[in-house]
Write a protein that binds this ligand. Structure first.
Ligand SMILES: Nc1nc2c(ncn2[C@@H]2O[C@H](COP(=O)(O)OP(=O)(O)OP(=O)(O)O)[C@@H](O)[C@H]2O)c(=O)[nH]1
Ligand SMILES: [Mg+2]
Length: 1105
């Protein structure tokens, strides 16, 4: 604990009006942790000399080594200004894209944020992401433009150039905020319009809406960053200085006799000082005058750097120091590194901590100022709307807004992540300073021991016995078990209390994300408390708050109770909270909405212990890792492998280190990253590999050549493939036949399906509950989303081929919500549409299609489709963007009698059966078939065979089209100077990357390159770029989309020109084939490869020997 005592902090915690919960957000390396250091040093926790060098909040070893933050960590600071005292709960967050989930956990607990932007690099991709995250969580940001020294020392800009550059950066940041604001206003506007339309449905239609109207009305002035608003600080955290224009306005108003308010308005902007008439005038730019900001602010700083660093002019420095009234230590004055002197001067003249902290206290809201909008957002989970929540739950809104810590205020806590700490770091285990009494007691004991020792020694000398070593071992022994115990990790919940006061030992409800307060309130009697046993309510449990901690960066301080509005750590929740949770003393509380994660984990590796006997340790280690990291996924694949899914390479490395050193403590072997692929079909090519036009006949020949070869061995009378790709397949017992064709979906449709997977999942859930006749609580918004998806699909699936396709959709897959479609193109077969839930509201009784005997087997067809879309024929990877259209489907009537379900289900009436029979099947034929059926029973039940047949038919249909592999792609933005540009391109080219665009960053000599790169080629990419450019360029990879690899994995030369061009074997590298084979090899599938390529040559070599 620093100079501020724990008691002081406890008192401050009781006054929410003076609490600020804030986080520091920025792109990677823009100086968040360095800035946090300066703020921490202000509290005396670290020495101000070390501020900026220590990076106190980067407490992990790998954070220090790599120089990047990997987790968010909090510290409570005390700040007093004027007669007010504030408590700042500051959270530093990582900027690397791999750890963006940590940013989400930090942002959720805060009311405000300091957004840091590098003065040279300006707005970078992660800056935009964090601004959006702040926006989504409704937290108010302030801006710190950091690394101002780089403008002076690196870019060597003049003060005036720097001013223009800063203006541009502000514009960029404001443009991002502006876009967020505009989209929100337009969204709200659209909603309003919709409501209006619903209210007064105008039969005449044709209304014209003015879309920009909402924008004009909305007040957005408070949103933007502007120095005159007081929400911008210019700083150089490493040199310890920072200022807002308020600071200079105060100084100059005294010096020049101009009112502070006037200076505040004019110090930033197009104003200049007319020295003749001693007045501030507008239009500095047009008149070619120096703006006030340059003249009164920047020039001073520039000349200080010039005197101290560039010219090392001692006299000038001393003059400046006396004029500013600053005294520095002689040690600093004589230091060989001029930066030390600069730091000493600046830190006194314009201390960055003061500038930032006073801005924070002034501009960021306290927990008391939480908006109703934010509360409603927090409390409405998923599709549940705030006004649809039970009344008692809605009443809790006032508890949030009041942020009261009275006894009767309900306790509401949100845990945003669980983090592991070594037991040794816990305050309970730490040695406490002893009080006076204990010291005297110990002194007495020591004195006695000393006397005994002396006596023993004299005795020893006399007897020459050696009992001392034995004594030593005896005192050591009992320590051992303690040591072992100390190495354990304990989990602490990173949390914030929104209402009430939580006490140590208190019992609270743990509300899972799916907990429904309406259900909880109805199932449990009024006034149920946490002491009662409540096993029967789903997603609800109870736990005891065992310990409460004040988070102090690397340290924890134990507390007895914590009042509302504070960020804190809670011990003892590891058994009931996995990653996040809502804790409350009230059953009416609704769980908080889940965190917004920006990056989905994509890099997966399989891990196994070096020694197989250590498997249990690995399993428990992985469980701990899963709990300790907000974003990692830990799973056991179908193949039995233990798999770790992480957000990127750096994240993967950290997880593996943690697993090895903290959680499993065993040696592990790690597979190469498992790269995900997708399989798809495309339209037949129009030209061949040497760009010659292909005729229709030829095209078909190209596609079928390989497949025919493949299928020749397998094809039987059960299967038939038409030249146009229609596959007909009969089950082995010959009772059922399906005809399927595979069609590539338009790319936009695939993208749409991917983006709406959640909506489709909900749709599927609704349909299944409709089928089962269960009551549903359908939200209007969900229905709207479904209807919107349907309309969108309709607009995209146009043309003859897709006529009425949307209505005919049978299922989505894989897992019932994937980006593939099963289409019902069978004549005379009608089944309930997948969109039935949309109509369900209008007609009260269930929509039922006329019963058809085939309906019994409907599910088998869907299952077959799900299976085939889950693993395709190329390398057993999921399919994407494929439509399977079932064109014919016959099931012999005898099959129905075989199907045990038929008898139970009433959907097939005996009349219907009769109906089918009347197609020429007389009663005795059925009897005969029944006999037959019993003899073919060895094939198993029909439904099972139908699933297999459907799957096979789809696989063949897929193979009958030109197949392609789809690769996951990353986008990256690389910033590089002109000298290293060529090398960056070299690395990109080698790794199959594609540059999308390149532009020069204004005011710098940096180029920004945006490129896409296959995930498969990305491993080691960041490192390679860094090495090749001597650390000047460091890219960040973000998953962007799936892309079809254009080369055909099965291509062999067919035309004469192709033979000429590629040779008979076409052995130039086929990227798609390389990937396919790699995946097949990993999965242990057959790979067609020649092991000995040039046998003759090897023989000759042997002979020559
Ligand atoms: N020139 C200059 N360098 C700075 C300044 N502030 C920080 N740096 C340097 O920038 C680098 C990154 O600083 P950090 O504070 O670790 O950056 P960060 O934003 O915390 O980085 P992540 O947590 O990894 O996202 C370090 O080498 C710092 O020394 C500054 O004001 N001027
Ligand atoms: Mg950092």
């Amino acid at each position: 604990m620093g100079v501020t005592g724990l008691d002081k902090i406890k008192t401050l915690q009781r006054n929410p009006a003076n609490i600020r919960n804030l986080c520091i957000l920025a792109h990677v390396d823009h100086g968040k942790t360095t800035l946090a250091d300066c703020l921490v040093a202000n509290n005396g926790i670290i020495s101000s000399r070390l501020a900026g060098k220590l990076r106190y909040l980067d407490s992990r070893e790998d954070e220090q080594v790599r120089g990047i933050t990997m987790k968010s960590s909090a510290i409570s600071l005390h700040y007093s200004t004027g007669n007010q005292e504030y408590l700042l709960n500051l959270i530093d967050s990582p900027g690397h894209v791999d750890f963006s989930s940590e940013v989400s956990t930090a942002v959720r607990l805060c009311d405000g944020a300091i957004v840091v932007v590098d003065a040279v690099e300006g707005v970078c991709p992660q800056t935009q992401v964090v601004l959006r995250q702040a926006w989504l969580e409704n937290i108010r940001p302030v801006l710190v433009i950091n690394k101002m020294d780089r403008l002076i020392m690196e870019l060597k800009l003049t003060a005036l150039e720097a001013y223009t550059h800063l203006q541009k950066i502000l514009e960029q940041v404001n443009a991002v905020t502006g876009t967020l604001f505009t989209s929100k206003v337009l969204e709200e506007r659209a909603e309003k319009v919709k409501e209006e339309v619903n209210r007064d449905k105008d039969p005449s239609g044709d209304q014209v809406y003015d879309w920009s109207a909402g924008l004009e009305d909305a007040d957005d002035s408070h949103l933007y960053f502007s120095p005159d608003q007081g929400n911008v600080v210019f700083a150089s955290a490493i040199d310890g200085w920072g200022f807002s224009i308020q600071h200079f306005a105060h100084i100059y108003s005294q010096k020049m006799g101009i009112r502070t308010e006037v200076l505040l308005k004019t110090l930033w902007g197009d104003f200049y000082l007319n020295t003749k008439i001693q007045r501030i005038m507008k239009g500095a730019q047009t008149k070619g005058k120096k703006p006030l900001f340059v003249q009164l602010v920047l020039d001073n700083i520039w000349s200080l750097y010039d005197a101290v660093i560039t010219r090392r002019d001692k006299q000038k420095v001393e003059k400046v120091m006396t004029s500013l009234g600053i005294k520095v230590m002689t040690r600093d004055l004589r230091h060989s590194d001029p930066k030390v002197l600069l730091f000493a001067i600046c830190n006194q003249w314009l201390p960055v901590s003061k500038a930032v902290l006073s801005m924070v206290c002034e501009k960021l809201p306290s927990p008391l100022e939480m908006t109703a909008e934010k509360v409603e957002k927090l409390m409405s989970v998923g599709t549940r709307r705030f006004d649809s929540l039970p009344e008692r739950t809605q009443e809790l809104k006032t508890a949030f807004l009041q942020c009261s810590s009275e006894i009767n205020a309900p306790v509401i806590i949100f845990v945003s992540k669980m983090f592991a700490v070594d037991t040794k770091a816990l305050p309970q285990k730490r040695q406490r300073p002893l009080n006076q009494e204990e010291i005297t007691q110990r002194r007495e004991v020591a004195r006695q021991r000393h006397a005994e020792k002396l006596a023993a020694e004299s005795l020893e000398r006399a007897t020459r016995s050696c009992s001392a070593p034995r004594e030593a071992t005896m005192t050591r022994l009992p320590l051992k078990p303690e040591e072992e115990e100390e190495q354990k990790e304990v989990f602490i919940a990173f949390a914030r209390i929104y209402s009430g006061t939580v006490k140590k030992g208190q019992r609270v409800f743990v509300l899972g994300p799916k907990y429904d307060p309406a259900q909880g309130l109805s199932l449990l009697p009024e006034g149920s408390s946490t002491s009662d046993c409540i096993p029967e309510v789903p997603h609800l449990s109870c736990c005891t708050v065992e310990n409460l901690y004040l988070l102090m960066g690397r340290e924890l301080e134990e507390l007895e109770e914590i009042p509302a509005g504070n960020v804190m750590g809670i011990g003892g929740l590891e058994d009931c909270v996995l990653k996040t949770a809502t804790l409350s003393a009230s059953l009416a509380c609704s769980p908080f909405t889940p965190l917004n994660f920006e990056a989905a984990p994509i890099v997966r590796v399989a891990v196994e212990p070096k020694h197989p006997s250590e498997m249990p340790k690995l399993v428990s280690g992985m469980r701990l890792l899963n709990q300790a990291d907000p974003c990692v996924e830990v799973l056991i694949q179908e193949t039995g492998e233990h798999v770790l899914v992480t957000a990127g390479e750096v994240h993967l490395q950290r997880c593996l280190d943690d697993l090895r050193e903290r959680f499993a403590k065993i040696e592990i072997s790690v597979s190469k990253p498992i790269i995900p692929f997708r399989e798809t079909v495309v339209r037949p090519p129009k030209v061949d590999m040497v760009n010659e036009e292909l005729g229709k006949q030829q095209k078909v020949a190209v596609i079928h050549q390989v497949k025919e070869e493949l299928s020749q061995g397998r094809s039987s009378d059960c299967q038939h493939v038409d030249p146009d790709g229609l596959v007909t397949l009969t089950t082995p017992n010959r009772l059922a036949t399906v005809c399927v064709r595979a069609i590539p979906l338009p790319q936009e449709v695939t993208v749409l399906l991917e983006r709406n997977s959640e909506v489709i999942r909900t749709l599927e859930l609704m349909n299944s509950s409709l089928r089962e006749g269960r009551a549903m609580d359908i939200n209007l918004r969900t229905l709207e989303a479904i209807a919107e998806l349907k309309d969108h699909l309709q607009s995209l699936l146009q043309g003859r081929k897709w006529r009425n396709a949307v209505e005919r959709i049978w299922a989505f897959g894989p897992r019932r919500y994937g980006p593939n479609i099963l289409l019902n193109s069978i004549k005379d077969y009608s089944r309930p549409s997948v969109w039935q839930c949309l109509e369900w509201r209008h007609s009260n009784d269930q929509v039922r299609a006329p019963a058809s005997p085939l309906r019994d087997f409907d599910n088998s067809i869907i299952s077959g489709f799900q299976l085939v879309t889950l693993s395709g024929p190329m390398c057993e990877e999921p399919l994407m963007g494929v439509c399977f259209s079932v064109e014919r489907w016959d099931v012999e009537s005898v099959a129905f009698s075989q199907n045990p379900d038929t008898l139970k289900e009433d959907s097939v009436s005996p009349e219907a059966l009769q109906d089918v029979n009347s197609h020429g099947n007389s009663e005795d034929v059925i009897a005969e078939r029944k006999m037959d059926a019993s003899s073919v029973d060895c094939y198993g039940p029909v439904s099972g065979q139908l699933i297999a047949a459907m799957k096979e038919a789809c696989r063949h249909a897929f193979q009958a089209q030109p197949q392609r592999l789809m690769a996951a792609m990353y986008t990256c933005e690389i910033m590089a100077t002109a000298e290293v540009l060529g090398r960056v391109y070299g690395v990109l080219g080698k790794r199959e990357g594609r540059v999308l665009h390149e532009e020069m960053k204004e005011g710098t000599d940096m180029f920004i390159i945006t490129a896409v790169l296959p995930v498969a080629e990305s491993f080691g990419f960041a490192d390679e770029i860094r090495k090749r450019t001597s650390g000047l360029a460091s890219p960040q990879l973000v998953f962007s989309h799936w892309e079809v690899i254009s080369s055909d994995p099965y291509w062999v030369p067919t035309t004469e020109e192709e033979y000429l061009h590629f040779g008979e074997k076409a052995d130039s590298v086929n990227q798609a084939l390389k990937y396919t084979n790699a995946v097949r090899r990993r999965k242990g599938l057959f790979v067609e490869e020649k092991i000995v390529e040039h046998a003759e040559k090897q023989r000759t070599l042997g002979k020559n020997k």
